[in-house]
Design a binder for this molecule. Structure first.
Ligand code: ATP
Ligand code: MG
Length: 204
């Protein structure tokens, strides 16, 4: 079982959006995925409650419960466990990072968001998890050089995932309906980038 923690101390960077899309993509690829929602706001749980499909499984957990829940997911045959975390949650983020094979840090490619990334990176350095972390540029403008500029600057300090998730209305529409973009608009550009991201994650 592969365990991916999605964290960023910055609110609204796209953690839950990325978590649910990766989990649905895994299920569409005939794998079993579980989302473990560490966020007390429980956005992933709320998304699941708007879904008709029973998969992926989404469960809420405290940081203390996380090791046990991951063990249980593995025993139940899950191929992918995705841990969604809250912003400004040092302790939960440290626990999640410590148990993950891969840590994704969604970041919008704006100057403010890039400048704020230091808090998350410091947390990962302190918990010796930085070597397993990569930035995922999210809500990237479909045109212009902003994303490439952000990627070039960030890649000097931490690996940047070579697939960018762009700002697309399909993401919000899909999430609002309890879907993923692959269910909402299977032939759209958002679906293509989610499939590419999933492929990259499974081989990393
Ligand atoms: N690539 C995208 N394109 C369009 N809208 C997006 C994209 N990524 C995220 N959003 C929107 O931005 C908002 C914040 O996204 P999301 O809830 O995934 O962030 P988060 O990091 O989980 O937030 P929090 O820190 O509060 O948990 C949501 O309304 C979501 O629909
Ligand atoms: Mg969230």
């Amino acid at each position: 079982m592969k365990t991916v923690a999605i964290l960023s101390q910055k609110g609204g960077s796209g953690k839950t959006t990325v978590a649910v899309h990766l989990a649905v993509c895994a299920e569409l690829n005939k794998k079993t995925a579980a989302i473990i929602d560490l966020d007390p706001q429980a956005s992933a749980i709320e998304w699941a409650s708007r879904r008709e499909a029973e998969t992926p499984e989404v469960i809420t957990a405290t940081p203390e419960q996380l090791p046990g829940f991951l063990k249980q997911a593995k025993e139940n045959g899950a191929d992918l466990a995705i841990i969604d975390t809250a912003p400004h949650s040092d302790r939960a983020a440290i626990v999640a990072a410590g148990l993950a094979d891969l840590i994704l840090i969604p970041c919008r490619p704006s100057a403010f968001d890039v400048a704020a990334i230091g808090t998350t990176l410091n947390l990962l350095k302190l918990s010796n998890a930085i070597d397993r972390a990569a930035i995922l540029l999210n809500a990237a403008p479909p045109r212009g050089i902003m994303t490439e500029t952000a990627a070039a600057g960030l890649s000097e300090i931490i690996p940047v995932v070579p697939i960018y998730i762009h700002q697309r209305a399909a993401y919000s529409h899909a999430i609002n309906g309890g879907h993923s973009v692959e269910e909402y608009e299977p032939n759209g550009k958002a679906s293509d980038e989610i499939r590419a991201l999933y492929k990259w994650i499974m081989k990393t």
